[in-house]
Ligand binder design. Sequence first.
Ligand code: KG4
Ligand code: ZN
Length: 345
Amino acid sequence: MDIGNVSKPVLGIESSCDETGVAVYQPGRGLLADRLYSQIALHQEYGGVVPELASRDHVRKLLPLIRETMAAAGLAFNDLGGVAYTAGPGLVGALLVGAAAARALAWALQIPAIGVHHMEAHLLAPLLEPAPPAPPFVALLVSGGHSMLVHVAGIGRYRLLGDTLDDAAGEAFDKTAKLLGLPYPGGPALAALAADGRPGAFRFARPMTDRPGLDFSFSGLKTQVLLAWQHSDRSAATRADIARGFEDAVVETLTAKCRRALAAGDAGTLVVAGGVGANRRLRETLTAAAAADGFRVAFPRLQFCTDNGAMIAFAGALRLAAGQHEDSAIRVFPRWDLESLPAVA
Ligand code: KG4
Ligand code: ZN
């Protein structure tokens, strides 16, 4: 097996949930191609992701998407130097589809493959942008499954500063959207509705900002919204006002914790990643806080906030370049501790 040429292109495969993402990243050249297939239409009639349908749709879409991405990059399979795939956390069946395809491809080509931690990949996505931030930095990871503040001393050197005690930020958006009658996926729909709402018309609590620490809790907020909605006139204008009140509460809570994390540590940069990182009001509020407090804030471009293959190819390429890869067993980790990852150099 050739693990010597680490500057060759790396194929990245993401299949942890409801998006099939494939990309090619080459150290020194950057992203060569990036393709995404979203299963939103498939899951919409059920109001959420149906794991078995997700797995089957990855099976249907992954190989054509790999071919399409390789063609877009202008590469033959023999040009690849490695394969990276999401090994967890995520839906076990969905993960297995990407892992099996990646392992089979790497075995056939006799090149190394590496299982990537989905949240590490999110965390590193802002480094795909121009003028990438250098560690140490603090990462706010806000996705459908996680809300974390992480101290990043280097690639693979992660220390959890704060975590959610119940719902993740994206989960809170999705559940709140559902109870306001909005379609799946709720986050973007709720954010769009909030844009029509009046600030301050409904004021919900900023959970856990009144006590020390960097943990989050969002499930109580959802209940407050439910009560406000049930006791309202249920007009379209009120629904938008409630959405705005909810979005402001989440954004201000996340911002308060980020400021606290930056003020307390050695890092001068905040990195924001994960699906909720695509939220416009969150981006604006964190940018204003960074200017006021004197820290730098770095975001991935919008399409790399939500799940994508580019972040997997990139994270995998970094680890393969450090000589890391595993044997050819197909292993996935539906739950996987970010702090347990090996350091890169
Ligand atoms: O990172 P991601 O694509 O998948 C996971 O790893 O979970 O994050 C998806 C989450 C969903 O909960 C979705 O509703 C939320 O990110 N999201 C948003 C926005 N775009 C996506 N939440 C608020 N505002 C948005 N603009
Ligand atoms: Zn994700």
